[in-house]
Each structure stands twice: as structure tokens, then as C-alpha cells.
Design a protein around this ligand. Structure first.
Ligand code: MN
Length: 240
């Protein structure tokens, strides 16, 4: 059987006009048996449909803040850069992926975007809106754990990792405020913030607030997460 294609929705560096996919995403997909494809930033419906159609799974990666207008709020001064066109382009891919029940993995902004797309809301800025005793926006770039999450016992993430507490890295100043109705919490930070969810009615829609791609090379838990995603992809690809 051919290896399945995995569509990755990349990060845009607006200063340099570069589209970026971290090596951990590409290596995680290849190591677990897939072929990564970086989606171009396009709103052309035919291109999006054709590309989405050839992919058996999708990773919504990290990046800029989701435009608050999508959850009915005006941007606060503390809201970061938003890219309404990226939100729109990702919404086009997500709509098709959900409709076709293809496996989806959301990371950081990807987690927040999927929640908003499905009707949830976000804190635009954790420090100014709610504060936390935890560091959610760690300064270092290496991806070492900075806080813990507590995994819900009845969640598939608990079945996968077989542990209640997981140390994670944290590179976000926004967070989920209200979870979309069709989603269920999989893990919370020790301050109560939602850091992972899934969608029970879908084959595989999981999302995490932390960055398993940064620690993929050394962290067994991150490797298991990508392996679980790819297993769902393989199962979907067999059905086709
Ligand atoms: Mn965090």
C-alpha cells in the first residue's frame, strides 16, 4: 500500500514572508509511515479541494492568534497578530476533513482554531485576562517541559499514555475559554486551563496545546501521540 499523504497547515512568518513547518512535524509524519505535504496559503477552492482530497490526515500547526471576530469578540490590545486569510484557508480544509471524517491533529494554534471553528471561544491573552501561577509562554525555544497537565481518566489520551500527569512545554498566551459543544476535555493544566480535547464522534480528532513536535526526537509521549494519529490515518487509508 502507498504511504498516506498528511497535509500540514504551516506557520507564516509575516516579516520574512516565509512559510514554515518545523522539522519535528515532517519527521514525525515520516517516522510513523506517512508523507508530509505542506499546504500552500491559498483561498482557491479548487486547489484546496484537490489537495485535501489526496490527503488522508491533517495536522493544524502552531502560529498566530485566531482572529477574535471568529468567536464574536473585538480584539483586545493584548491580542497578538492575526491572519484572517489563514483562518479562512484553514477553515476550508477543516470543513472538508471533518465532512470526510479524516484524522485531524491540532497543535497549539491548531488546537485553538479547531475549537473556535466548532463554536468555542478563547481567552485572547492569559496574563491580562485571567492570570495564572503557571508559565504558559516559556521563553526558551528548546521545548523542555515547563508545567504539567492532568489527563482525564476516561479519555483516549489516558488510554494511550497510561498516566495521569504529563509534563509539557508551553508556548501560548491564548487559551480555550469555552470548549465547543461537540468536543470533550482530554487534559487540563494544573491551573485548570484546557490543554487537550478530542471529538468523540469522529474517527480521530485530537488536539493539544503543547508542542509534541519540538520534543519528538527524545520524548516517548510525543512519539506515542503522533503514532496514534498515524494509526488512525492508516486505518482510514485502508477503508478507501
Ligand atoms: Mn500551557
Amino acid at each position: 500500500m502507498d504511504k498516506p499523504f498528511i497535509g500540514i497547515l504551516p506557520h507564516l512568518n509575516t516579516e520574512k514572508m516565509d512559510y514554515l513547518v518545523r522539522s519535528g512535524y515532517l519527521d514525525a509524519v515520516m517516522e510513523t509511515g506517512g508523507i508530509p505535504i505542506m499546504f500552500p496559503p491559498t483561498l482557491d477552492g479548487d486547489t484546496v479541494r484537490q489537495l485535501t482530497h489526496i490527503c488522508s490526515g491533517f495536522i493544524f500547526a502552531g502560529g498566530q492568534d485566531v482572529a477574535p471576530a471568529l468567536y464574536g469578540e473585538a480584539p483586545l490590545p493584548e491580542c497578538g497578530e492575526t491572519l484572517p486569510d489563514r483562518d479562512k484557508a484553514e477553515g476550508m480544509v477543516l470543513e472538508i476533513a471533518l465532512h470526510e471524517n479524516k484524522p485531524i491533529l491540532g497543535i497549539c494554534r491548531g488546537e485553538q482554531f479547531i475549537n473556535v471553528y466548532l463554536g468555542g471561544t478563547l481567552y485572547q491573552d492569559i496574563p491580562s485576562q485571567i492570570g495564572s501561577e503557571l508559565t504558559h509562554n516559556q521563553p526558551s525555544a528548546e521545548g523542555e517541559p515547563i508545567h504539567e497537565v492532568v489527563i482525564e481518566h476516561d479519555s483516549p489520551l489516558f488510554s494511550l499514555l497510561e498516566r495521569e500527569r504529563l509534563p509539557v512545554n508551553s508556548y501560548h498566551h491564548q487559551a480555550i475559554k469555552s470548549l465547543a459543544p461537540d468536543l470533550k476535555v482530554m487534559a487540563r493544566a494544573t491551573d485548570g486551563l484546557i490543554e487537550s480535547f478530542y471529538m468523540p464522534e469522529k474517527r480521530f480528532l485530537w488536539a493539544v496545546q503543547w508542542h509534541p513536535e519540538l520534543t519528538f526526537y527524545s520524548d516517548e509521549n510525543g512519539q506515542k501521540l503522533f503514532a496514534a494519529f498515524m494509526q488512525a490515518v492508516q486505518e482510514y487509508a485502508k477503508l478507501k
